[in-house]
Design a protein around this ligand. Sequence first.
Ligand SMILES: [Zn+2]
Ligand SMILES: [Zn+2]
Length: 343
Amino acid sequence: MPASAKIHTARPLIRSVARQAPPTIERRERNCSVARTLDIVSDAWAFLIIREAFFGTETFEAFRSALGIPRATLANRLKKLTQLGIFRQAATGSSRKEYRLTKMGFDLYPSFIALMQFGDRWLAGGRPAPLTLVHMRCGFDSHPFVACSHCGEGVRAQEVKYRDGPGAGRHRAKAGRNTRRASDGSRFLLGRPSSVSRALQIIGDKWSFMVVREAFFGNRRYDKILTELAIAPNILTDRLSRLVTNGVFHRRQYQSSPDRHEYLLTDMGRDIYGPFIAMLRWGDRWLSKGKPPLLLTHLACGHDFAAAVVCERCKEPIVAADMRYKLAYDPTSFGALGPRSVV
Ligand SMILES: [Zn+2]
Ligand SMILES: [Zn+2]
């Protein structure tokens, strides 16, 4: 019997069935501190607001003029970031509200710096870096790097072993996540020139970053990544092809008839590892309730570690309050604040 006939004859039954929960294939997503972090910073507006806050912006009007962001959008993001604990509202005596970064918000700074270094290295397109960091602790211009918290040496992806932590497991994926389109990466480029923006234009889309994560775990084949991420095939295909175009992966055929390909990180792709573990550490610290999903061992020193973003001159961890900036551009042309302390 054709399906259409069945619908006509069995309408009451169909109706009662329709009231029940629709049959869905439950997709389980791996607990991941990077994914939790990206849920916050992969929203381009949220990211830009946090970045301006690192430059000392505090008031609604100052955020608005630096970013050219619509009022309603700004109000919405500030509210959300305050609920998340990234900002707190400060009473100023006047009716003017100020938004100050919390400890949790300031602690995103090393992740931003790690992304910035990546952007400076790979995405400046021959231009000078928009910003030079000066580390006030040692007084030198600084190019921070991501180090092992135990031995202080730089960490490369192939030197790290993973094991499940107390927060390991999977949770049910949010509905609708598989239909999500790639965010418009160009939005990250609004406002001041920024290597962090350039980095996020390529990897700020959450799925793109998750595909790179799988590569760090050694998963390079399409089917394996598809299973691990519980992602829709069309989304995975789209993200892989973007990542190949942007120089993060190169594609290699490992089998013919049927043709199968694997995706290998380029040198540039491997260099995303620093920002990756910096964000992982932030997510572990602030979003995993003391139960990190993943524990990392640095094979070079043999110890468990967390990522530390450190000054390459004095090897001290980078914190926002210790940094000053030399800008290679005129900030007032964006309505933004000039170079100043971030405290
Ligand atoms: Zn180490
Ligand atoms: Zn230093």
